[in-house]
Write a protein that binds this ligand. Structure first.
Ligand SMILES: [Zn+2]
Ligand SMILES: [Zn+2]
Length: 242
């Protein structure tokens, strides 16, 4: 595991030596920012109309609430999954750098995108008892050195004062989901998660956290486990919606 506290003084020291630059284009930015104004303007905010269940935006002028084709013909176990940003272009690039390029400091920018999801009325009107990050399998955790969802959950917890606890574990090692279609993903994930020993979620209003929602299968499986353990409600927030 990467000891994050060792990174912080280093980041501070580096920022004194080098003026802050945009992560994408290298242009000048204000201290504490990660993107210049031009790059930040390309970050796509999700606007209505979007699916009430999984937040995928719909191009067109539907005015009533709707559920997308991805959600319509299957059982989805979370109450709603909310993202404020599209996981494309710069957002996708930043999240990729964070997860696979070990650019751990980018978690602060990604956590801002995650926090923006709480503005959505589906989440704004809810009170949450606990934040739960989507777990990584132990093998994947060793490879990567950190769980991106846990880092984001910790930042969100600090901002909202809602406690974050790793109540779930991923006990089946699954191949990467990227090349699989929706039904293959669901099969791949079935029974991949379970509640940690001694975790008790009965009656709790849970906010699940992950970096990106792609088909929603991972979040739905996690929500299924939590609901079976009698969580009162399970909403999800992600930094981006693929
Ligand atoms: Zn830039
Ligand atoms: Zn949907």
């Amino acid at each position: 595991m990467i000891a994050l506290h060792k990174f912080e003084p280093l980041e501070a020291a580096v920022s004194l030596l080098y003026p802050p630059v945009c992560t994408i284009c290298g242009g000048n930015v204000r201290a504490g920012d990660y993107l210049c104004n031009q790059c930040d303007a390309k970050v796509v905010r999700i606007a209505a109309p979007f699916c009430q269940k999984c937040s995928v935006p719909f191009e067109g002028s539907i005015t009533s609430e709707f559920t997308c084709a991805n959600c319509a013909h299957r059982t989805i176990h979370f109450d709603a999954a909310v993202s404020a940003y599209r996981g494309r272009g710069i957002v996708r690039q930043i999240i990729h750098e964070f997860k696979y390029g070990r650019q751990i400091h980018l978690r602060h920018l990604i956590a801002r995108w995650l926090h923006a999801a709480l503005d959505d009325e589906r989440l704004r009107e809810s009170r949450f008892d606990i934040i739960v990050p989507v777990p990584l399998h132990a093998t994947r955790l060793r490879e990567r050195g950190f769980n991106q969802a846990s880092l984001l959950a910790a930042l969100l917890s600090a901002q909202t004062s809602i406690p974050s606890k790793p109540l779930l574990e991923r006990f089946r090692y699954t191949t990467t989901q990227t090349a699989l279609d929706r039904s293959e993903r669901m099969e791949n994930l079935h029974n991949a998660f379970r509640l940690r020993k001694n975790a008790d979620v009965r009656g709790l209003r849970v906010l699940l956290i992950d970096d990106v929602l792609t088909t929603g299968s991972t979040l739905s499986e996690c929500a299924r486990v939590l609901k079976r353990a009698r969580a009162f409600s399970v909403y999800a927030a992600t930094a981006a919606r693929a």
